[in-house]
Design a protein around this ligand. Structure first.
Ligand code: URA
Length: 486
């Protein structure tokens, strides 16, 4: 964010009434100028200046004429959802971002305090989409940025090149401070740079050529990637959507991808054939406390926690994580993994999953573009001889995993979430609601739209004569949900 790194004092907001009559012109630093926006918005709201009378400008050229530095207005008591949204929209590239945010502040402070809950309001909807774009961009930067060692004597130094889509350098940098606190590093982008040597500072733009091509550090990244690669979860399209090729150039481990992909199906088969395990008993209360303490800042980090966690009820072979691209338009939440899912480590691959895949296809939904997950992440069963018979999770077990599901959907940020069956509804609403009563569009009180339908395993249990009609109604529901998410 080069622009944002010029001295802030030259970009203090000012208001001019000259040529524009009663129009207030507010000039902000290019990039993400949260502090100046906040100060200006407080002052303008306090002065009762309506949104239509304000021009928000961020072009560098026009700023040098700025001559009036006004004081900050009194703090605005804002609903939490608004206060949290502002820093997540300010880094967006859209030149209208400040005007949109001020429009929101104006309405919230003029009688529409609960505006953020009106997901269908066009302004709220647009701001949510902008927030999601920033979340995606942050996720990509956190996941795909790679440091390289700078050759030379003396103190080791690491440099990385990255091209974010939005003005997120300042918002993204603290993550790297946490991860690489002991190293000295710089992140260069076409708009600015961040530097850490015990203190975090920002500077002018960098150039790709300033970052060394390869180093010994790369073998470490490659080994790490190879050790975490799960062949059973290989989905090339989803992988390309999640990790666009633009970032591959900067990522040493991408060299390992072709060979891992070639070996994937044999490794996946070996995993399926492996006997399921029976881990020892554990203390679920401690596990809940542990999960809540962790503060993952990406879907990968969240997945790492759940993958490490033990099942609430002993027995599952592994945690079955959600599957699909971050930013998927539509997400499906099921109940819990079944026998096949537990063995393969993927959601919806057993009989109910196959039925779901067929119905999705008929409804015109590409499964690879959707996000599929479960309310509960571990298979719970009782043994009948050698057979593992599915057992429904209790409300307590569902609530144990709710923390996880909520974070997961925050990171994926879908437009619409489909609850498949009563357990998913319980996980998304905290309430036991009969599906027959609630089927159709639903409000889960979250930033995405909601839809409730039956679980595909319910269709499998129906007598043959009822199956076809129920299946068609299910496909119709999926079509409707798809249209809502369009
Ligand atoms: N049923 C579910 O709810 N989820 C799965 O992943 C499989 C079956």
């Amino acid at each position: 964010m080069g622009e944002a790194l010029l001295p802030r004092s030259s970009f203090s907001p000012f208001e001019g009434r000259g040529k524009l009559g009663s129009i207030h012109v507010v000039s902000l630093a290019p990039g993400a100028d949260l502090a100046s926006f906040r100060a200006a918005a407080r002052r303008l709201i306090a002065a009762e200046i309506p949104p239509d009378n304000i021009v928000w400008q961020t072009e560098a050229a026009s700023l040098f004429g700025a001559d009036t530095v006004s004081a900050e207005g009194p703090p605005l008591p804002l609903p939490r959802a608004v206060a949290e949204l502002i820093p997540m929209v300010v880094p967006h590239r859209d030149p209208e971002r400040y005007g949109l945010l001020y429009g929101l502040l104006w309405r919230v402070t003029h009688g529409e305090r609960a505006l953020m809950e009106v997901a269908s309001d066009p302004l709220v909807h647009r701001l949510h989409r902008m927030r999601k774009a920033i979340q995606r961009d942050l996720h990509k930067m956190h996941a795909f940025l790679r440091f390289r060692r700078v050759p030379g004597e003396g103190q080791e130094r690491f440099v990385a090149w990255f091209e974010p889509d939005h003005h997120i350098l300042e918002a993204a940098a603290p993550f790297f401070v946490d991860r690489f606190r002991a190293l000295e590093w710089s992140i260069l982008t076409p708009e600015g740079s961040a530097h850490w040597d015990g203190a975090l500072t920002f500077g002018p733009p960098g150039r790709r050529e300033d970052v060394p091509e390869g180093d010994g550090f790369e073998a470490g990244w490659r080994d790490y990637y190879e050790s975490t690669f799960n062949p059973a979860r290989l989905n090339l399209d989803a992988m390309r959507a999640e990790m666009p090729r633009k970032y591959w150039r900067n990522m040493p481990e991408t060299a390992a991808i072709p060979s891992l992909v070639r070996a994937a199906s044999a490794r996946a088969q070996a995993m399926i054939e492996k006997e399921p395990t029976m881990p020892a008993k554990r203390d679920p209360v401690r596990a809940v406390a542990k999960m809540a303490q962790d503060e993952p800042d990406s879907l990968d980090a969240l997945n790492a926690i759940i993958a490490r966690s033990e099942p609430l009820v002993p027995g599952a072979t592994q945690a079955v994580l959600g599957e699909g691209p971050v930013g998927a338009r539509i997400a499906f939440v099921g109940e819990q993994p079944g026998d096949q899912e537990d063995r393969q480590g993927r959601p919806f691959v057993g009989p109910a999953g196959q039925l779901l895949s067929r119905a999705l296809e008929e409804a015109g939904i590409d499964r690879r573009e959707a996000y599929l997950t479960n309310a509960v992440k571990h298979f719970k069963f009782s043994l009948r001889g050698k057979r593992r018979i599915h057992e429904k999770p209790t409300a307590g077990e569902v609530s144990h995993y709710r923390w996880w599901l909520e974070r997961e959907l925050d990171f994926v940020a879908p437009k619409l979430v489909v609850a498949l069956g009563a357990t998913a509804v319980l996980a998304l609403t905290g309430k036991q609601i009969p599906i027959t009563r609630a089927r159709g569009p639903a409000d889960f009180g979250r930033p995405f739209e909601g839809f409730i339908t039956v679980h595909p395993s319910y269709l499998l249990r129906l007598p043959d004569e009822a199956k076809e009609v129920a299946y068609q109604a299910f496909v119709d529901d999926l079509r409707r949900a798809n249209a809502m998410a369009a």
